[in-house]
Design a protein around this ligand. Sequence first.
Ligand SMILES: Cc1cc2nc3c(=O)[nH]c(=O)nc-3n(C[C@H](O)[C@H](O)[C@H](O)COP(=O)(O)OP(=O)(O)OC[C@H]3O[C@@H](n4cnc5c(N)ncnc54)[C@H](O)[C@@H]3O)c2cc1C
Length: 279
Amino acid sequence: MNRFKTFYNISEVSYTKLNAIVHYFLMTDEISSIIALLKNRYLLFFVGRMSKLLFAFDYKDLFVVKYVDKTIKIHKEFLEVSSGVSLLELGNYTIKNGISGFEKIMTIPGNVGGSIINNASFLKQGINDNLLYLQVIDSMGNIKTIKKENMNISYRNVNFKEKNLFIYRAFFKINRNLRYQLYQNKKFAFSYRLSHQSSKLSFGSTFKNYKQFKAYELINKYINFRMQNGVNISIKHANFLEFSSNEDYINIVKIIERVQEVLYNKLGFYLESEIKIIY
Ligand SMILES: Cc1cc2nc3c(=O)[nH]c(=O)nc-3n(C[C@H](O)[C@H](O)[C@H](O)COP(=O)(O)OP(=O)(O)OC[C@H]3O[C@@H](n4cnc5c(N)ncnc54)[C@H](O)[C@@H]3O)c2cc1C
């Protein structure tokens, strides 16, 4: 399936539903289409669910590609998962098959590819914990294998030596656990999220935490405003910005920058944004 659009409003498929028009958009489950575009030297921007991506423009000459293949296969010793699978789908599938390692992170609203890039984790369970290797496509359209030990994995970030790689498939070690226990873990993760985090529309955590302090503590202590037009700093968790899907991206960018500026003036450093902002 190839769904190709021009002058496409990304709000139709993004998690936040915020308006932004891109020149070209392709939604596909055919890897051959992506390879053909790369071999023809198109510069592509790959997205997952866009839960951590803020398009801060009305229109941009960007070619956005969303891979939606849903393959999950259990082999004898490893699990093969397409980057277009959501963490929720992966969690449900692995619980059913008695495989552990995904039952807490399934509460994160992202896909496998974007979650690997962001090194997503929740309640001490990380998407990259059981990762063995990745199959990627480089900017020339060649399929390559990258072992976990050759990836530079850090807090909310993964760096590859080569730039602009598309994660095509991920291969994970299989650890088994009782299904009953996995359901319990899932239930706990969902209820923990519900009680500690805002259930309104957001990008999740706005700023990265640091070893010495949590971003929400600094915001609670030093920020004396709570709102920028329709965007609110969450009362439940101050590192979450709440907004509605018809919000103007400018107001989200403004409040992020205002918080950074106030904290810089008070503390002398910028809080790094966890949201990837594309200007
Ligand atoms: C309400 C909420 C709660 C959240 N809670 C958590 C949490 O508890 N823990 C946590 O770690 N994160 C959390 N997040 C953040 C976010 O969900 C994760 O970072 C997420 O898994 C990103 O996946 P995505 O598919 O949305 O990626 P996107 O936002 O679409 O993309 C993220 C980055 O990855 C790149 N990318 C995407 N797919 C590919 C691919 N196949 N190949 C190469 N590059 C790719 C994009 O270009 C972009 O740079 C939360 C977000 C929200 C909105």
